[in-house]
Structures are given as structure tokens and as C-alpha cells.
Ligand binder design. Sequence first.
Ligand code: UT7
Length: 333
Amino acid sequence: MYTSRITGLGHFVPENIVTNDDLSKLMDTDDAWIQERTGIKERRWIEKGSGETSSSMGVKAARIAIKNSGLSKDDIDFIVFATLSPDMYFPGCGVQIQDVLDMGTIGALDVRNQCSGFIYALSVADQFIKTGMYKNILVIGAEFHSGALDVTTRGRGVSVIFGDGAGAAVLSRSEDNARGILSTHLHSEGKHAKELVVESPSIAHWVPQLKSNPDDLSYFPYMNGTFVFKNAVVRFSEVIMEGLQANKLGVEEIDMFIPHQANLRISQFVQKKFGLRDDQVFNNIQKYGNTTAASIIIALTEAVEEGKVKEGDLVVLAAFGSGFTWGSAVIRW
Ligand code: UT7
């Protein structure tokens, strides 16, 4: 059995910075509330009319990741693309990337697991590499939230949190079992699907129904924030422990914990629970907000670029989000 290693990383965020003060001009909110409840200072939102989308940001992140891996696009055997904000209802962003990057006729798979999307995508890619089916896989997480948020006071509980951006990783086959992705752990609990949801348009609730009822706002994200928060802190903790136990590792052996950037308070809760020092946890939600499937991969890229993840380090990734879905990945860097 092979092991997969991350051989290249890249990320892209739009230039347009939206501060909390900017949002307070659109809705009844303020910098103090947002920072106190979420830790977010600013986020990147795609400039309206720029034409940027999840797939175009994904392409930019992917180009950097492929370059950093030392491979060429022709060495990539498969694409896994995680997003909740695809350019089109169908087909998914994976095939768009395949086309723009001119990657022959390799397979492309889209993953729809929201905030856990990157962990799920990484896990899928890891299984394909472990079994020997593919050698190099491009894994992307990208989100274009800002085009579909309710930026009025009505939507303030959700819209202040989310940001746009993309990250990408190249996973490559390795025969060194001591390093690379040691394990991934995936979970879901569909009975809570409607606690964090965008319900339509869906085939069950299509555009004419929306148009016929101006009070129907089911195309905006709905989140039962407190309920999501309470579940998140429990599931984060469980799935981190599951990952450590599967590898017979202790909490004290974690060199870097990179949580999905949902809310700084969630990360701090988990950090405190596990007794981790500040230098053992990486957060960048302060400047990007919650970029859902892109958040972990953007954070991992920055942590590596800043020299905070070094060869041999034990890196733990964990996420929780809509579905509910949650997961973790344990990596020996
Ligand atoms: O990434 C996917 C998973 N997502 C998460 O993990 C998010 C989990 N949840 C959260 O992060 C938090 O629940 C939020 C940050 C979304 C909300 O924080 P909260 O402390 O749970 O606030 P709340 O929803 O209980 O609202 C408290 C008050 C309400 O006013 P009243 O009813 O007490 O008068 C809200 O209307 O804060 C009000 N409020 C705001 N005020 C100013 C809600 N949003 C805002 C806002 N600015 N943006």
C-alpha cells in the first residue's frame, strides 16, 4: 500500500477587502460585535462584475500548487473539487478546471460537503493514491459566497461570517509510510441538514416557485448559529481524538492544529480543551472570514509559507459544518 504526501500547495483570494466597518454601512452591525463573536476583522469578497468565480479562483490556486509540487499539469491523474458555491447547477467545477488547465481527459469529481469539503476531498484523493489507482491528484477547495448572501440586517447573522477564496493541494504517491497522510476520519448526521442550509433553487423547489412568492427567501443561507456552534465544539473534539487514537498518538504530539475557520471562538474552545499553545494552532479567519471548503487549505498553505509547519511535524486538520458533516486528517509532514 502506498502513502500520499502533499507535494504542492497554493491559494488565491480576491483583492477586494471588506472590513467590518464596510458591512456596517450595509446592515445594522458593528466591528465590535463581529470581532467579539467571531474574531473576524475583514474578509475578501469578489469585486462585482469581475467575472471571478469558484472555478476561476480554483484555477489560480491550482496553478500555484502544481508549480510548487515541481510537477507539470500533465502529471496530474485526477481532480477532486470541493465547493458549495459552484459556477453552475451542473456540471461541477472539477470539469471546468480540467478544461481551463487543459488536462487531457482525466477524471474530475466534485465534493459537496460544505465546511468539511476539503477534508472529504483530501480523504477521497488519499484512498485513490493508497490503492495505487492514481499517482498525482489535484485537490481544490474554493468558495464564492459573496454573490449569494443577504447583506441586509435580516441576513446579518450569516453574511458577516463568510468570505471568498480558494486553495489547492497536489497529493502524490509515496512509498515512505512514516510520512504523509496517516489517516482521515469522516462523519455526517443528516438529521440536522436544515440547521445550516441553502434550500433552493433545488429540483424540489425550482425557480418559478421562488419567483411566484417574493417572501420566499430560501435561496439565502439559513443558519441556526447557536445550535451549529454547540455541535461544532463537540464534533471537532471527537474527531480530533479519533484521528489521534487511530494512530496511537497523544495530544501532546500535535505540532500544528489547523481547524476549519468557522469562528475563532470555536478554534479557541478546542485549543483550550486540548491544552494547545498558541503556536500549535493556526488561525487566519481574522483576515478571510469563513471560506468554507477553502478555509483549511488556505490556512495550511499560509502556515507552510510562514514556516510554521516543518518536515516531520504532526499536523492535524479538522472541520465541521453543514450536513452536518465533520472530519479530520492526521498528517506527518
Ligand atoms: O462553518 C460552518 C459552521 N458554522 C459555524 O460553525 C458557525 C457557528 N455559529 C456561530 O459562529 C455563532 O452562532 C454566530 C457568530 C453565527 C452568532 O453568534 P451568537 O453569539 O450565537 O449570536 P446569536 O445568533 O445568538 O445572536 C445574538 C444577538 C441577536 O440579537 P438579540 O436577539 O439578542 O437582540 C442577533 O440578532 O446578536 C444579533 N446579531 C447581530 N448583531 C450585530 C446577529 N448577527 C449580528 C450582527 N451584528 N452581524
